[in-house]
Design a protein around this ligand. Structure first.
Ligand SMILES: *Cc1c(COP(=O)(O)O)cnc(C)c1O
Length: 398
């Protein structure tokens, strides 16, 4: 036994500078949640009552009438949409995804039909709903939204995320107003947003967060909003929600994480994150072909990242090959590489254990110095990068 369970399992001790990624185990769970999870595991609970307690904590944190803990934000979307379709009709709940004669259309902006590891719109379709896209990927207008709402519309889904097209979209307040004029509830996917009150205050009927992202809870989803819609989402536990069951440990753990969030030392965390960015700035200072800039979060979360742009002519390595080399070997550093084809990646300091910022700096200088000595430019054709990504998952479990 080592004191790192990853080594015991034969896994590499990855350092995460990519953000809160499902593929890496999401986030560092806060000590209060770890303790609560551990205390819950060998006890029995009246689960209906535990859900009620969680509802109170969510209501208190968000200003909503009620709240529901789900297995994840993705299942929160599915359960909330299902609830908007069935209401409290227990038979209708059992019949999903067959929606019978119920309203079953869900409108959403084309520019919001993004992937977070799976398609947002698939979480809607899981319920049996039909997705009605509004506008084009890069533009959506009020008249298009209004015309897409019919007497079959059960709900509207809006996504707040760095994943969505970030221009040309109907502003959230206008989106809500148009839907409400037509009597349609608005469900907002705010999985990664730190702010837990504003969107509800704007009038959204349901807002959903991940419990395991910035909150540092165990894997879970938090659904907050109008009591009748939250109740209808809860009742899906007797239907499609059962395939997305959340355990006692996650409910107890996310309650602890929400409680801890209120007294978290946010300024102290920001200061530690800025110190990490400073370490990396110094390590990269003067490296030819490397431009490091500090950039704000695209959806205004209180978090800054380092953007590292690579000029392969000078560094002798492409941004994607550098990212791959950092991720290889026995001291893997996983960077935020979702825009790497543009020749840059990001370092996200929000999931570091103390001291890991120095390891990241060391690996960066090591790989850059190695590449600088190469005679040829290390650059896998981007077409091959694309195909290799697909190929690697298709080989699982080999
Ligand atoms: C992460 C994310 C999700 C999925 O959240 P889970 O809790 O992992 O299911 C959904 N939507 C957006 C915008 C996300 O960023």
């Amino acid at each position: 036994m080592s004191n790192d369970i990853r080594l015991d399992l034969g896994l590499r001790p990855v350092i995460n500078v990519s953000g809160t990624m499902t593929a890496l185990g999401s986030s560092i769970v806060v000590p209060q949640a770890i303790e609560a999870v551990s205390q819950s595991l060998n006890q029995f609970f009246e689960m209906g009552e535990l859900y009620k307690q969680a509802s109170k904590v969510i209501a208190d944190l968000t200003g909503a009438e009620a709240g529901l803990v789900t297995a994840s934000c993705a299942s929160g979307i599915a359960q909330a949409v299902a609830g908007a379709i069935t209401g409290q009709d227990l038979l209708a709940i059992e019949r999903l995804p067959d929606t019978g004669s119920l309203k079953n259309e869900v409108v959403t902006l084309s520019g919001h039909m993004v992937g977070f590891g799976a398609p947002v719109e698939q979480m809607i379709r899981l319920t049996g709903a039909k997705v009605v896209p509004v506008g084009q990927a890069t533009s959506a207008s009020a008249y298009q939204l209004a015309a897409s709402i019919t007497d079959k519309t059960a709900a509207a889904v809006f996504v707040v995320s760095h994943h969505v097209v970030d221009y040309g979209q109907i502003p959230i307040k206008l989106f809500i107003n148009i839907c409400h004029e037509k009597g349609v509830p608005v469900i907002v996917d705010a999985a990664s947003e730190y702010d837990m009150t504003t969107i509800l205050a704007l009038g959204a009927d349901i807002v959903i967060w991940s419990g395991h992202k910035f909150l540092g809870g165990p894997t879970s989803g938090i659904v907050a909003g109008r009591k009748n819609l939250v109740r209808a989402a809860y009742l899906q536990n007797r239907g499609i929600g059962r395939a997305m069951k959340v355990g006692k440990e996650s409910i107890v753990g996310v309650i602890a994480a929400m409680t801890a969030w209120k007294s978290r030392d946010h300024d102290g965390i920001r200061a530690r994150e800025r110190a990490a960015l400073e370490v990396w700035s110094q390590a990269l200072d003067g490296k030819p072909g490397v431009t490091a800039t500090i950039v704000p979060d695209p959806t205004n979360n209180p978090l800054e990242r380092m953007k590292i742009a690579i000029d392969p002519q000078q560094t002798h390595i492409s941004a994607w090959d550098l990212a791959a080399r950092l991720a290889a070997g026995d001291r893997p550093v996983i960077v935020r590489d979702h825009e790497v084809e543009h020749g840059h990646f990001f370092l996200d300091p929000c999931n570091l254990h103390p001291g890991q910022e120095f390891m990241v700096a060391e690996r960066l200088t090591e790989e850059l110095d190695k590449a600088a000595l190469a005679n040829d430019i290390i650059e896998m054709p981007i077409e091959e990068v694309w195909l290799a990504r697909e190929a690697s998952i298709l080989n699982w479990p080999d």
